[in-house]
Design a protein around this ligand. Sequence first.
Ligand SMILES: [Zn+2]
Length: 424
Amino acid sequence: MTAQGLKCRECGAEYALEALYVCERCFGPLEVAYRQDRRLSVAERRRRIQSGPQNIWRYSDFLPLAGGPPGPSSRRTSRAGLPAGCTPLVRADRLAAELGLGEVWVKNDTANPTHSFKDRVVSVAAARARELGFEALACASTGNLANSVAAHGAALGMDAYVFIPADLEEQKVLATGVYGGKVVAVRGNYDDVNRLCTELSAEREDWAFVNINLRPYYAEGSKTIAFEVAEQLGWRIPDRVVVPIASGSQFTKIAKGFEEWRRVGLLEGELPRMNGAQAEGCSPVATAFAAGHDVCRPVKPDTIAKSLAIGNPADGPYALELARRTEGGIDAVSDDEIRAGIALLARTTGIFTETAGGVTTATLAKLAARGDIGPEETVVLVITGDGLKTLDAVRGSFSTYEIDASVEDFTANVQGAHPIGATR
Ligand SMILES: [Zn+2]
């Protein structure tokens, strides 16, 4: 496939592959449209992927960049920098057993360079920004994107301007500033930050705001999660995918990835049931889903899942349509359920996720408890970010044993410890 242009998702108007994101005719969002190359057989397509690098650029045939698959050519230097993707897909039998499910897999996107899935979308946006001649990267972020944009700026030698809500978790601020870009803490919530950045992007035409004027390219990066899952499952579409929803972009693009591979013959079968996960303290999409509405009513976020705290989700209507079309759903979980979700994933898989992953895991548990998931289903849980980013969420959730450095004190005071030779 070759990127052909940008296309309005509402009226279908077409535009060149420039730094545009909104339709001049109807103000609808723009998306990358591809032309199909029918010359390639399925075997040839697979060979091109499998001979690519161990990162998202192995899927270059399906990404909106010039120059074809990666290689030594100078045109491809835009793809240098910080390689993302090829994160593990981990079979989670202990999690499945605890929830009474059959086959559960965790897509562990904490294994990206800055420990969240945002490295995928930023890699694609930054590469396209370089192709278009931009020298500065910028973003409006709830935290993970800030980390990734600052790191990609450093890796590519581009200036980075990162805008965040002033109340963001300290770990995410520190893990952004360390890369040397400019971190701007805005007094307000994410929606305020986003509004400011939208105004700034009109003023600063030489800045590539990865999630505003570069948004159509940025969003395409999320398809690589679907590509990897399918490849890691042996060129197979799972029955169900559980994904957190903030703007709703990742949720819809994962389905787009499976759909594109189905269209070119790389995959067969139905799209997975798509289940979205939100926090009750910011659940405009789950609320609209439950009410049967086609659009979301904006909310003011109040949840520990700050990386999902987008009160006015840009892709909300598309997420609703997708969940209904695939007979999935969109659920919301409480802050206590989120903390329990983090703990459940950690103690059954060894994977420590941030609050967004707690939302996703808690939603999987809710679906399982409700009996929505069949025993024969292959379920993929998309874990988007690392627990070290939101340590406050687990503070106080367990106690450590403090003892003197003596065997007696250990034996006397550590619960469950038994002297050598003793029977339990
Ligand atoms: Zn339009």
